[in-house]
Write a protein that binds this ligand. Sequence first.
Ligand SMILES: [Zn+2]
Length: 266
Amino acid sequence: MVRKRYLLYILLTLLVTACVTTPVTERKALILIPFEQELALGAQAYREVLNKEKESGDERLKAIIRRVGRRIASVSDMPDLDWEFTLIESKEKNAFALPGGKVAFYEGILGVCENEAGVATVMGHEVAHAIARHGAQRLSQELIMTGVLTAAAIRLEDRNNKDLILAALGLGATVGITLPFSRMNEAEADYIGLIYMARAGYDPREAVNFWRRFNKLKKGKQIPEFLSTHPSDEKRIQEIERLLPLALKEYARAGHHYGLGERLLK
Ligand SMILES: [Zn+2]
């Protein structure tokens, strides 16, 4: 009897926490992990990465990353998270965002960004992953597949689940490698990110230029880990071009207009 009641309790909890609506796209998503726990996992994973990496010593670039990050976070659907934006000293062309608003850029991606609007393209995309809770969705799918019903019991300290949790949140066992999400989640992050960058006052047309530069790199065989199996190339650019009129409307309504912003590398 007690056991039955316990199972009922679990099922009710799942029903309450399971279905969420994604901001901007309004897509329904299944999430079995309580939000508070997701935030704690994200913050903890972020500390682990930062402990192993070296922060950039370039104060000007660090300030730009923070400025673009703050502007995008403040127009996002979760402005009140404890947002943090770190620039890591590394040639990797990479960036990631973890639940709870923990964002990191690697110096190597800045050459592709070229200007603040390019940073805003990547920032918008990564912030969108965090806000659409794609990490929690992937973790939920893993939990269902592995038959772990007690989502509330998973912790980063638990050695057995650690790699699974980090990978689901977008970090590989080797820290610094962002695992791409599903194509649907990637397209969704592009969409939400484009709207956020425009709302923050960055010219959304630069997103098309950013992805062109990015694709050129890929063709040059220097495949960046960041977004390596993302819905790439022409299809992605076509989709962004399709969404541009909507993004330009958001841009027209934005409180500030920074255009392309400052150039990154002088
Ligand atoms: Zn992505």
